[in-house]
Design a protein. Structure first.
Length: 257
């Protein structure tokens, strides 16, 4: 098997849909071709990511009901009717169900990926940014516990002025801020310290789009969202869900002078 043949069968092979002979040939080819082996690993990684990150949408109940009713009707028809229509119905059912399945699958994946790319739910992106900043030791661009220092620094680099507050008295100490590129836009990130935990709070003007869910857990990190003072507030941390949610609500509801 050459690379062209292996490439044409790679998706089916990855999904376990090739026969035994072709499976054996592709496996043998992958052991000797680094390029095709890398393509196979990429497909496996994509499949794993889709299963982990793309929401599952079951077939609508109305569709299930219509199909069940049609099958029941077919079963209750006369023998002559069944003989006359069985072949046509098998063809129609196979085509309809195949078309429905393909349509539902395409809609499910397309809608889910569009939602993810548009970040209707921004929890995953927020966690990725928090982890990246932590691993790169780049949590802070402007280190200060003074809100009157952090706010002007961020405002001078953005087209909006993010509210900056310090809640040291409540155990949430402001330690600085940084600029991030979030949801394809520059955004202010406020960095707080709670005991031994770091909290990233992404602050941007409130938009007309549907906000992300108020509270989620992604890859072991909690993500809490709130709106207030004309801003969207999205906090990421390994702080417990109750504490993080209460904190982001406090940020959003604080009356500024």
């Amino acid at each position: 098997m050459n690379c062209n043949e292996a490439t044409s069968l790679m998706s089916a092979f990855t999904d376990g849909e090739t026969d035994r002979a072709r499976t054996h040939s592709i496996e043998r080819h992958l052991r000797t071709c680094p390029q095709c082996a890398e393509a196979h690993r990429s497909l496996l990684a994509l499949r794993t990511r889709l299963r982990a990150e793309v929401p599952y949408f079951p077939a609508p109940q109305a569709l299930r009901t219509r199909i069940a009713e049609r099958l029941e009707h077919q079963a209750s028809s006369s023998p002559v009717d069944r003989a006359a229509t069985s072949g046509r119905w098998r063809w129609l059912t196979a085509g309809a169900l195949g078309g429905c399945a393909a349509t539902v699958l395409a809609w499910m994946i397309g809608t889910s990926l569009l939602q993810w790319r548009a970040n209707e739910d921004l929890a995953l992106e927020a966690v990725q940014m928090h982890v990246r900043a932590t691993l790169n030791h780049h949590l802070i661009d402007i280190a200060s516990s003074d809100q009157h220092t952090v706010k002007p620094w961020l405002s001078a680099r953005l087209d909006y002025s993010p509210p900056v507050q310090d809640f040291t008295a409540d155990g949430f100490a402001l330690v600085g801020g940084r600029l991030d590129y979030f949801d394809r836009q520059p955004v202010a990130t406020l960095v707080y310290r709670y005991r031994e935990h770091t909290i990233d709070v992404f602050v941007r003007p409130e938009s007309a789009r549907a906000p992300p869910s108020s509270l989620r857990t992604v890859r072991g990190f909690n993500v809490a969202h709130a709106t207030g003072s004309g801003m969207d507030w999205l906090a990421v941390s390994d702080v417990n869900t109750e504490g993080l949610s209460a904190f982001v609500q406090k940020l959003a509801q604080r009356k500024l002078p």
